[in-house]
Ligand binder design. Structure first.
Ligand SMILES: [Zn+2]
Length: 125
C-alpha cells in the first residue's frame, strides 16, 4: 500500500479502518459527542488556534471490489484549520462519505439495512 499522506490520507485511512471486520463500509463506531472545548481548536499541524467546522466540497476516491470510484461529497462538514488548511475528518464526516459512496454504488443505506433487519426480527448491530 502506498504511504498515506495529508488529510486525504487520513480520511482514507479512517474509511479503511471502518471496513475492517465488515466487508463493506459499516461503521461499527457509535457517534461520540464532540469534546466540550469550544471552537476554535488548536491545529495539530501549525499549532495555531484556528481549527473550526468548515463546509467543503470533498472529492473522494474509494475502492470497492477492485474498482476505484471517484465521487464528490458536497457541503461536507470537516474541521479545518483557517491558517494552514489542515483538514480533520471526524466520525460524522466519515459516515457522510460512506453514505455518499453507498448512494453512488446503489447500495442500501445503513438505515435501510437496520429497517430490513428489524422487519426480519434480527438483532440490531
Ligand atoms: Zn494549521
Amino acid at each position: 500500500m502506498e504511504a498515506l499522506v495529508g488529510s486525504q490520507g487520513l480520511a482514507i485511512a479512517f474509511l479503511f479502518a471502518m471496513t475492517l471486520g465488515n466487508r463493506l463500509l459499516f461503521p461499527s463506531v457509535t457517534k461520540s459527542p464532540r469534546p466540550p472545548e469550544p471552537f476554535p481548536w488548536l491545529c495539530s499541524r501549525c499549532g495555531r488556534a484556528t481549527v473550526v467546522p468548515t463546509l467543503i466540497d470533498y472529492q473522494a476516491a474509494m475502492k470497492y471490489e477492485g474498482r476505484e470510484y471517484d465521487f464528490e461529497v458536497p457541503s461536507l462538514e470537516v474541521l479545518q484549520c483557517g491558517d494552514c488548511g489542515e483538514q480533520l475528518f471526524d466520525v460524522d464526516a466519515g459516515a457522510t462519505i460512506s453514505a455518499a459512496f453507498r448512494a453512488k454504488l446503489g447500495l442500501l443505506q445503513l438505515d435501510q439495512i437496520r429497517a430490513g433487519r428489524k422487519a426480519l426480527g434480527l438483532n440490531q448491530q
